[in-house]
Design a protein around this ligand. Sequence first.
Ligand SMILES: [Zn+2]
Length: 303
Amino acid sequence: MELVHEGILKKFEILKGKLIVGKADIKGSNSEERLPPDEYVSEAHILHNLVRGFYKPAGKPYILSYQATESNKNYGKQIIWRDNNQSEFLRIEMAPPDKENDYSKKSDIASARYNLKNNIPLGILHKIKKGHNRILGLGIITSERNDGVFVVEPFSYKGLLYPLDELKRLINDEEINTSFVAEVVQRRGQAIFKKKLLEDSAECAICRMDEPSLLIASHIKSWKYSSNFERLDKYNGFLFCPNHDKLFDQGFITFTDDGKVVISNILTPKTKKTLGLTEGLCIILDEAHKKYLSWHRENCFKG
Ligand SMILES: [Zn+2]
């Protein structure tokens, strides 16, 4: 990816949360139609062309930024919020045009797939109303759903800026652990981790639920206690539906080295039945899962 475009993405991260009224700070003023060079971007540039949702720089195979709306006039609700303040998104459901003969449809799909395949993040704008855009930071496409929607999850360059040792120190530091930095680092890692797991299988390891945007990449050895390698090691995780993720994460279930489920005695027969847990239940394991599972049985499972 071109340096100038990386600079634009970093700018999206810096501007996160900012409300921009008018187009002068997004694509320049009327006469110039470009933003001047600055400390992040070495040449005249734009953040988004404000023409339609997908913004692809001329001649490039990737999407650089996306303008999401919640209006029914466009593609319906695309932003799933993480909080009530509507400042952080949990995910963006990015839909290419749905009309078969829309000339942009094919190129939008091709470019979104390019971002997905090559791990290229994209800047996200929220069009609140005409001329009012809020910068939501960066996202990374983690999957393409069966209905053609591309699922975008939060991404952060801040994590990339720290050398590994520094990152480790920050995350292990109790004070900083609760801070924004640690959180963006974790979310960035989480999105990449989920993407890795989705490449092997795109369903809940227990019940086979296969809606990608609802699947959760669950760490076996928890993030907090894992090394940087372990945090992104695909064998240190399973994809689960929200129910099975909670059960595993909170130690109500674990697995033997043969993949047989072990269910905590805390759960009542009724709960077990409701959540689809039966004693014979088995999941497929790789040799590399075992050292993490042993950690989970010893440190997490509520026997
Ligand atoms: Zn499940």
